[in-house]
Design a protein around this ligand. Structure first.
Ligand code: ADP
Ligand code: MG
Length: 628
């Protein structure tokens, strides 16, 4: 009789029952795919043994001609059909593209209200389609390695990606036929790759605060994470979307130009030569203390010290961004337990030194900074696909900008605040503004400012069928739910009648990192203005309500309850309030006027109250009143 096999808890009973999962780092410049073998994360290389896949797709008349290194080769000869850096376009609208599209060499189709489309010889192509090609190529690489179909993937996104950008990434995966197990924030993936979750477990759940410093070719991201009881929480994110190794190259190239006695306006070829020389010099100085340079007919030496003087200002900028994120996260430099270096530019030793100095800690850099993110994603995919028990690896991320709802007067009421960890569900009750109001418009916004017009509009929908009631009697509960991938759905329900309306927020465009950064900056620099504006709007809403109520009351009961002089007085007071509401920018002035109108109409209100009590009592016998 065969013995029954019992596997260890959390382990698949047989190796061939293992499921095939990967982690994908879908990058701006380069993408990678990794998987877990014998418990270790490893990057899957292509047939030529190359780990990276340039995030580039080349189109010909019939459609996609190639993806990756091959595609990148068409860059010079056929730039309009060689699509690169589309990550910057994911989840963006045509209006967004106008503001930074000039950096990209593509032609865009006319605005059709949806996502931007790039004109290619194969027709119009959306950023989602381009990303799908890259994902498909990486999935294909994995399927060859597994000799089997893929069961699912964890795809990483920048921590600052908003709803629309996450949704666009998910859509790209769906288009590529990949099952998304989870979208994972890049810094969280890096922390997992270094096994910080494991070490936390070993230290019996002692809380750790981790900084992830990611300096790539064109972008800098800093993230502060907290790891507590096996749960990762993103405390804050920040950085600079236009700062990276390319800027080091520019600084060195400019120094070269001066040494060579060349003027500032170089032709594109000279520019290229100087930049390439600068880049290889910089990379060589990672391992040596000086390099000999030969450019055109010029010869010279660049020492590490000299390079430091050229790039220190740029590194200082990243240090300032780190300090700001620490402030946002509410942690002191000294409270950081681990610092992780990610991105090719962190290979420059000076960068690591400055980071070490800032945090007074030796940064973790034993893993290849290019591979860290994909490796962490692979480890997480292994858990989510069910190959490994992972009850203690629940991941939490944060909302990059507050989610709110527009209220009367064009104000925003924040329902889920910035940096709240997800998944999260929060609800708030609202009421109707007018008597007999049967519908309510729900306008969902994202941003930090006080006025709706200064925030990003995500979606609108209507709750209909509210039973007619007096203003303020209906109870409408609006619930915001953000799932583990950061995707939002909103429900509005009238509590007495239970009518309900719901929307999945799937905007055709989203916010960019720069926009998020500038919206945050605006909210700090406008904090005072905004408070004034909010207070003024509140008083304006109050004034409107008072004018409307009073006019209705005069219309109804004025003849019976007011003599002509009283009536005239009230009308003058109302007119003054109306004028002031239009002209004053001082909320206190308006508040005083509202108060004086309230005083002036007190007597009228009292008489109306008397009448309504009398009317209510009329028709009842004395007996009934006494019993009542
Ligand atoms: P991205 O995240 O923007 O795709 P990467 O993380 O791949 O960028 O980093 C690319 C940058 O890393 C380039 O500026 C490149 O010059 C720089 N880099 C690569 N290798 C080295 C090295 N050995 N020393 C210093 N910088 C390097
Ligand atoms: Mg990168």
């Amino acid at each position: 009789m065969a013995l029954l096999q019992i596997s260890e808890p959390g382990q698949s009973p047989q190796p061939h029952q293992r499921r095939h999962a990967v982690g994908i780092d879908l990058g701006t410049t380069n993408s990678l795919v990794a998987t877990v073998r014998s418990g270790m994360a490893e990057v899957l290389a292509d047939e030529q043994g190359r780990d990276l896949l340039p995030s580039v797709v080349h189109y010909v008349t019939e459609g996609v001609s190639c993806v990756g290194y091959e595609a990148a080769e068409h860059n010079v000869a056929d730039p309009l059909n060689t699509l690169a850096s589309v990550k910057r376009l994911m989840g963006r609208g045509v209006a967004d593209i106008k503001t930074f599209g000039s950096q990209l060499p593509y032609e865009f189709a006319a605005d059709d209200g949806g996502m931007p489309k790039i004109k290619t010889t194969a027709g119009l192509v959306s950023p989602i389609q381009v990303s799908a090609e890259i994902l498909r190529k990486l999935a294909g690489r994995a399927e060859i390695a597994f000799d089997s179909e893929l069961d699912g993937a964890v795809i990483t996104v920048p921590a600052y990606f908003d709803e629309a950008q996450r949704q666009a990434t998910k859509d790209a995966a769906t288009l590529a036929g990949i099952k998304v197990l989870r979208l994972l924030n890049e810094p969280t993936a890096a922390a997992i790759a270094y096994g910080l979750d494991e070490s936390e477990r070993e230290t019996k759940g002692q809380e750790r605060t981790i900084a992830i410093y990611d300096l790539g070719g064109g972008t800098f991201d800093i993230s502060i994470l907290r790891l507590s009881k096996g749960v990762f929480e993103v405390l804050a994110t920040g950085g600079d979307s236009a700062l990276g190794g390319d800027d080091f190259d520019l600084a060195i190239a400019d120094w070269l130009r001066q040494q060579m006695g060349m003027s500032e306006d170089l032709n594109p070829i000279e520019q290229r030569i100087l930049l390439e020389t600068a880049k290889s010099a910089k990379e060589e100085l990672t391992d040596s203390t000086q390099v000999e340079l030969e450019v055109l007919d010029w010869q010279g030496t660049l020492t590490r010290e000299l390079m430091h003087s050229l790039i220190d200002g740029l590194i200082a900028k990243t240090v300032r961004a780190c300090k700001k994120s620490l402030r946002d996260a509410g942690v002191a430099q000294t409270q950081i337990d681990d610092v992780i270096l990610v991105g090719g530019s962190t290979r420059t030793p000076r960068v690591g030194d400055k980071v070490a100095e800032l945090f007074d800690l030796e940064p973790l850099c034993s893993l290849d900074p290019d591979q860290v993110v994909a490796m962490g994603a692979a480890l997480q995919a292994e858990v989510l696909v069910g190959n490994k028990s992972g009850d203690d690896m629940l991941l939490l991320d944060v909302i990059p900008l507050s989610l709110g709802i527009e209220t009367m007067g064009g104000l925003i009421e924040k329902i889920i605040h910035r940096n709240t960890t997800i998944p999260v569900a929060k609800a708030q009750e609202f009421t109707t503004f007018k008597d007999g109001q049967t519908a309510m418009a729900i306008h969902i916004l994202q941003g930090e400012r006080e006025l709706a017009s200064d925030c990003r509009s995500l979606a609108r929908f209507e709750l209909r069928g509210i039973p007619p009631m007096v203003a303020g009697a209906a109870k409408i509960r609006v619930s915001y739910q953000v799932d583990a991938d950061g995707l939002l759905s909103v429900t509005a329900r009238e509590l007495t009648s239970n009518v309900e309306s719901r929307i999945e927020v799937k905007p055709s465009y989203g916010l960019g990192e720069e926009e998020i950064t500038s919206m945050l900056q605006d909210s700090f620099s406008h904090a005072r203005d905004d408070m004034q504006a909010r207070a003024l709007r509140e008083q304006q809403v109050e004034a409107d309500r008072m004018i409307e109520d009073l006019l209705a009351a005069i219309y109804k009961d004025g003849d019976a309850l007011l003599d002509s002089e009283e009536r005239q007085c009230l009308k003058v007071a109302i007119q003054e309030l109306r004028d002031l509401r239009e002209t004053t920018s001082e909320h206190r002035v308006l508040a005083r006027q509202i108060e004086s109108v309230a005083k002036a109409s007190e007597e009228f209100a009292a008489r109306r109250m008397d009448v309504s009590i009398k009317t209510a009592l009329a028709g009842q016998t004395l007996d009934e009143i006494e019993k009542g």
